[in-house]
Design a protein around this ligand. Structure first.
Ligand code: XMP
Length: 513
């Protein structure tokens, strides 16, 4: 395992990501990690970039004990500056910030870190730079603007680079990281999903023990389904899945989830129809944040009540709660946020855990989203489910603008179903990151046959994005939009007009509420 110490760069998590792409397992921890408290010996250490200046008071510094591990060390950006700072403080502000591409010029062609990366484009993002070479180091690479773009210790396997090999803009960055991890650290390339399944099932069995039982909520989405299937593989029917039908799920969703999970995957599932309870509480509520709160609180309430009805065979209480937490959530909670900030807890089920005295079990906490999908395929979960678009917890309630009633949900649901069906038929589903129909709380005049109509408006949304922080609308062919609009107006009572949302995020958000 390679240890990545995070100094707070926005790219830090990509280092672990890249290493795993060539099957090397890496773990990221905050830069303040005490090596004596680590509990395992890394095969190599990477110091990430970070937003601080090493010479400023209060800047984070690494535990010097990393040098006693006698393993290779690679400092990236701030990490490089940290190495130089420790060995003579040759760091200061550059004349100008350097941000963007630069060309790498490798001087020491024999250096194993730079094998096959000479003349490639490297991505720079720094304000500080080295003003001199630290004691016992040599320059092994330069770039247009950085005379100390790559440095190496004369006798030890310690390296520093000014650029960010972890971002894809550094065209040969992955090769460099592989040179470091595989050739220099001799890390094993044995991180595969097949291995993950085996070790994770063993880990779950050990954690849960021979008799204890586990509950977990499923939503019909990929994360909770994959987590549930893994539990099923590990402990069979001692895992109880609960699907709460909150009345604002997609068309026929509860039924479909039941079919897939119970009939298809053999998961022990209880479907709870609590739609009246949710819709009752949503009566008269139009504020989006209030809708979210009501749905969140009602969910906890219903889930607790249903969980209490499940009685383990041994007469004891349920002991564990399954949560589909992914690595990005974990990273969010362990990333180094500055010397004064405390680390926040990542799970949003705090209430449930305390009330029910449950222990948390998170089998996906080491995985990125695409790894979860890969795992899902491996576990035999249907392809369509594995590649499903994300769906918000508050569901159609935030896609029915204004008051949420059963009738309004029904209209939005039917329109959405037609839209998604047509997207799938056109072979576009996997090209789009998320698509849905929203029902607007306005009426508009139309004409059907010889009749004047005065009915509501559906807004279609489809976006492309990698991270959902920014998004662009999807450029459908006109014929496609024409077909969908016609079907919706013809087949969904209560809708007289269809529009297509052509706003990006920002300034709009993905959802309408
Ligand atoms: P926005 O609308 O914030 O959406 O641009 C970004 C992504 O987050 C989803 N989203 C939610 N997911 N609960 C959720 O579980 C919510 O309250 C919520 N609001 C938005 C949205 O569907 C999109 O994928």
């Amino acid at each position: 395992t390679i240890l990545v110490l995070d100094f707070g760069s926005q790219y830090s998590h990509l280092i672990t990501r890249r290493l795993r792409e060539f099957n090397v397992y890496a773990e990221m921890l905050p830069c303040t990690q005490k090596i004596s408290e680590l509990g395992w010996k890394p095969t190599g250490v990477i110091l990430s970039g970070g937003p601080y200046s090493v010479y400023e008071e209060g800047a984070p510094h690494v535990d010097r004990a990393i040098f006693d591990l006698n393993v290779p060390i690679l400092g990236i950006c701030y990490g490089l500056q940290e190495l130089a700072w420790i060995d003579g403080k040759h760091v200061g502000r550059g004349e100008k910030r350097e941000y963007g591409p630069s060309t790498l010029n490798v001087i020491d062609k024999e250096n194993p870190l730079f094998k096959d990366v000479d003349h490639s484009t490297v991505w720079m993002s720094h304000g500080d730079k080295l003003h001199g070479l630290p004691k016992d180091y040599v320059t092994v690479a330069t770039s247009d603007n950085s005379p100390y773009c790559g440095i190496a210790h004369k006798t030890l396997p310690v390296y520093g680079i000014q650029f960010h090999p972890e971002v894809t803009h550094s065209t040969h960055g992955k090769t460099l990281l592989k040179n470091f991890a595989v050739n220099i650290c001799r890390a094993k390339q044995n991180w595969t999903m097949e291995n993950f399944v085996d070790t994770e099932i063993q880990r779950i069995r050990k954690l849960v023990g021979p008799t204890a039982e586990v509950i977990g909520a499923v939503s019909g989405g990929v994360d909770s389904t994959v987590a549930s299937k893994l539990m099923k593989e590990a402990i069979g029917d001692r895992f109880h899945a609960i699907l709460v039908d909150n009345g604002v799920l997609r068309l026929n969703e509860a039924e479909n989830v039941k079919k897939t999970l119970v009939d298809g995957l053999g998961i022990n599932l209880t479907v709870v129809d609590a739609s009246d309870e949710f819709l009752d509480k949503l009566k008269g509520v139009t504020d989006p944040e209030k809708k979210r709160k009501i749905i969140g609180n009602t969910f906890i309430h219903v889930f607790e009540r249903e969980a209490a009805k499940i009685k383990p065979k041994d007469g004891k209480e349920i002991e564990f709660l399954l949560q589909g937490t992914l690595y990005p959530d974990v990273i969010e909670s362990i990333s180094f946020k500055g010397p004064s900030q405390t680390i926040k807890t990542h799970h949003n089920v705090g209430g449930l855990l305390e009330d029910m005295k449950l222990k948390l079990i998170e089998p996906l906490r080491e995985l990125f989203k695409d790894e979860v999908r890969h795992l899902g395929e491996l576990l035999g979960i249907p392809h369509d489910l594995v590649w499903r678009h994300p769906f918000p917890g508050p569901g159609i309630a935030i896609r029915v603008l204004g008051e949420v009633t059963r009738e309004q949900v029904e209209i939005a649901r039917k329109a959405d179903h037609i839209y998604i069906t047509e997207i799938r038929k056109a072979g576009l589903y996997n090209k789009i990151s998320q698509a849905f129909a929203a029902l607007l709380p306005v009426k508009s005049v139309g004409v059907m046959g010889d009749q004047r109509t005065y009915e509501q408006v559906i807004a279609l949304r489809a976006i492309e994005t990698t991270d959902f922080m920014t998004a662009d609308w999807y450029p459908f062919e006109h014929d496609f939009l024409k077909r969908v609009a016609l079907r919706i107006v013809n087949e969904v009572d209560g809708v007289a007009r269809v529009t297509y949302d052509i706003t990006s995020k920002p300034p709009a958000t993905v959802e309408w509420e």
